[in-house]
Design a protein around this ligand. Structure first.
Ligand SMILES: Cc1cc2nc3c(=O)[nH]c(=O)nc-3n(C[C@H](O)[C@H](O)[C@H](O)COP(=O)(O)OP(=O)(O)OC[C@H]3O[C@@H](n4cnc5c(N)ncnc54)[C@H](O)[C@@H]3O)c2cc1C
Length: 319
């Protein structure tokens, strides 16, 4: 079983999601990382620390913009050259497009929203939550290559300390793959880690009462070195950016600590954060469903509790 894992990078950093998928693939068999675009050659060796025996890098100009079609060309070439029977991705806006494009190009089967992978006999089987995450379905592939797209945050990146042999490769791009161009790219200003990468998340819901109250959460997150997330209710209301939404139609996160402030704990929110290490809920309603799956529950008004908590954290850090 030879597996290629698409390792997305932003700037000079490989994304945690792809490294998590690589760790899982390497624990099951031989796995190689694929890094495409500017800086790929310098980043590829670090795939070895997550279990890759080999890493492929291509920095062709056609891969400079984060567009899917040239990446489909590059991966199709690699599948052909290496005879890889499996290509895996961690979900992101870019990776989902590349995975779908590659499946179409190679007429291969794509299983998406996977949360786990295992080898049973000679077969590779994936786990995929279904019916609002109330059941776990076992899924497989009928042909080769098998293409799998993992839910973000589903797998931990585990450093094993190995080294990867790096190989560059050339791609002859299809005309139709280079027709799209990137008109503009802007970056959201952020002073802390993203919610996918943060070890601590302070999340806010409708109980905040107003968009301004998010500043309370930002201060607590800053004191803890964490990131701020939100429920769909407040994101839909325009209180906080969509990129911070956690849940069924948002992101799946698994920080070490998740502090839910003024969040009721609807199933659609729960599925996006239930994998967190420790869940702390602050809610003024003692019967709020979130207390059913929290490790620590605080019943009270978040407007009083959160600033007090922030002061305590700052005092502890200063001492
Ligand atoms: C198809 C579908 C997909 C969805 N996807 C998502 C998703 O991805 N993510 C998501 O989050 N939701 C999602 N939802 C919406 C979800 O069902 C809930 O409506 C939403 O999560 C509720 O958000 P909330 O907890 O902020 O608000 P509410 O349910 O209104 O809860 C607010 C909570 O704040 C508490 N509160 C009020 N004032 C205070 C105070 N001063 N101090 C402390 N606590 C206070 C209240 O007791 C209450 O429990 C989806 C729904 C559907 C139908």
């Amino acid at each position: 079983m030879t597996t290629l894992v698409f390792l997305e990078h932003h700037g000079d950093e490989l994304q945690k999601g792809g490294l998590g998928v690589l760790s899982k693939a390497a624990s099951l068999g031989e796995a190689a990382g694929v890094v495409l675009g500017p800086g790929a050659a310098a980043l590829a060796p670090s795939a070895g620390a997550y279990g890759a025996t080999r890493a492929y890098a291509c920095e062709d100009d056609a891969l400079t913009a984060p567009l899917p079609q040239p990446r489909v060309d590059a991966l199709a070439v690699l599948v052909e050259n290496t005879g890889a029977d499996t290509v895996l991705f961690a979900s992101s806006v870019l990776a989902a497009d590349v995975a779908a494009g590659l499946a179409a190009r190679l007429e291969a089967g794509l299983n998406w929203d996977l949360t786990d992978l295992a080898v049973e006999g000679d077969e590779l089987v994936g786990t995929r939550p279904a019916l609002g995450d109330t059941v776990l379905a076992t899924v497989g592939w009928k042909g080769s290559p098998r293409i799998g797209l993992f839910r973000s945050g589903a797998l931990d990146a585990v450093e094993t300390g190995g080294t990867a042999e790096v190989e560059g490769f050339d791609v002859s791009f299809s005309d139709f793959s280079t027709l799209a161009s990137l008109v503009e790219q802007t970056q959201e200003e952020s002073s802390g880690p993203s919610i996918e990468d943060a070890d601590v998340i302070v999340a806010g819901g409708r109980g905040l009462g107003s968009p301004e109250a998010f500043s309370l959460l930002e201060e607590l997150a800053a004191a803890l070195g964490g990131a701020v997330a939100a429920t769909r209710a407040v994101v839909d209301a325009g209180w906080y950016p969509y990129s911070t939404q956690v849940g069924q139609t948002g992101k799946t996160v698994a920080p070490k600590l998740y502090i839910a402030c003024g969040i009721s704990g609807a199933i659609q929110h729960k599925v996006g954060m239930q994998g967190s290490g420790t869940i702390v809920a602050i809610n003024k309603d003692p019967n709020a469903p979130i207390f059913d799956f929290s490790d620590i529950g605080v019943v009270g008004d978040l407007h009083q509790i959160v600033p007090t908590l922030t002061e305590l954290v700052r005092a502890r850090r200063a001492s």
